[in-house]
Design a protein around this ligand. Structure first.
Ligand SMILES: Nc1ncnc2c1ncn2[C@@H]1O[C@H](COP(=O)(O)OP(=O)(O)O)[C@@H](O)[C@H]1O
Ligand SMILES: [Mg+2]
Length: 284
């Protein structure tokens, strides 16, 4: 077993958050064929019937597209996380999941997109990814998908549900991009519009995964969290500030925090001690 796999296994045995290992940061993949995947029959007549089906140009940061050892190991960790979530889904009533973190650039978008993509690869499991980061939407960049019209336009009241949902090359994977926000996102998330959107889309999906802003600096993710079932908190190994992570955790403990995902883990280190130190004295 490689040192990476050993470290991952050790972390798992400690029941630590799932970790991903950085793959090489390669550029964009090839353009996908123009052919459109057929719409699932069961979706005919629903609001997804009229959804957009633009061509996407997937980046290689979509883990299932990479072939390096790092990609393979990280993709496997994602599958394990997906399997764990599926178990939790059976136990709890769990469908909408928010991915957030304390600060910027900790891997929220990377995790949200890859997790949703991984879960959508299972048969008979339809997944919707929503870019809830209206300040700096970037999930569309990983997918090579159009940014607009998106969640912002919908929440501002300019477009219908069916106009913001995109279907890409994977028949089970749907996406709502962030769009272009012209007002403060806090205002948009403070109305009932997102709640209405979730309740309309929920019956059509097995999972709805939200990407979001960092929680410490702005309230957006906390407002979305109030409308989703559970959340995953991403922690960047070695760089996340302990105080910021503890603050983020305090926002959500007993309010939907399902688990912590340790991103950018160096497989040569054991992160179990890091994780527990970060929260020492703050556990309820
Ligand atoms: N595990 C990882 N392996 C490789 N690259 C990563 C990983 N996590 C994040 N990145 C990259 O780091 C950058 C910041 O991650 P991102 O997901 O955009 O952070 P956030 O959404 O928290 O601001 C992006 O370029 C992303 O592709
Ligand atoms: Mg992001």
């Amino acid at each position: 077993m490689s040192r990476i796999s050993e470290a991952l296994k050790r972390a798992q045995q400690e029941q630590n958050p799932k970790q991903t290992t950085p793959p090489s940061r390669a550029g964009r993949g090839e353009l996908l064929p123009e052919e459109l995947v057929p719409l699932d029959n069961s979706l005919q007549g629903t609001l997804l019937d009229g959804c957009r089906r633009p061509n996407w140009t997937l980046e290689e940061s979509i883990l299932s597209r990479g072939h390096s050892e790092d990609h393979i190991v990280a993709a496997e960790e994602l599958r394990k996380l997906g399997a764990w979530l599926t178990q939790r889904q059976r136990a709890d009533s769990l469908k909408t999941l928010l991915v957030t973190s304390a600060s910027p650039r900790e891997g929220k978008t990377f995790l949200a997109v890859n997790l949703a993509w991984t879960m959508a690869q299972a048969k008979n499991r339809r997944v919707l990814l929503v870019d809830g980061d209206l300040r700096s939407p970037s999930a569309h960049l990983m997918l090579g998908a159009p940014l607009t019209p998106g969640l912002a336009e919908y929440l501002e009241g300019g477009v219908e549900e069916s106009q913001i949902v995109q279907q890409g090359p994977l028949s089970n994977f749907f996406f709502i991009p962030g769009g272009k926000c012209t007002v403060n996102p806090v205002e948009l998330f403070s109305t009932d519009a997102l709640k209405k959107l979730i309740s309309q889309l929920s019956p059509l999906f097995d999972w709805i995964v939200f990407d979001s802003t960092p929680v410490v600096s702005v309230a957006d993710a906390r407002l979305i969290a109030a409308m989703t079932d559970k959340l995953l908190l991403v922690v960047a190994a070695g760089t996340s500030s302990r105080e910021a992570v503890a603050k983020a955790r305090d926002f959500f403990v007993n309010k939907g925090l399902l688990g912590v995902v340790l991103n950018y883990a160096d497989p040569r280190e054991s992160y179990s001690s890091y994780y527990y130190r970060a929260y020492k004295g703050r556990q309820h």
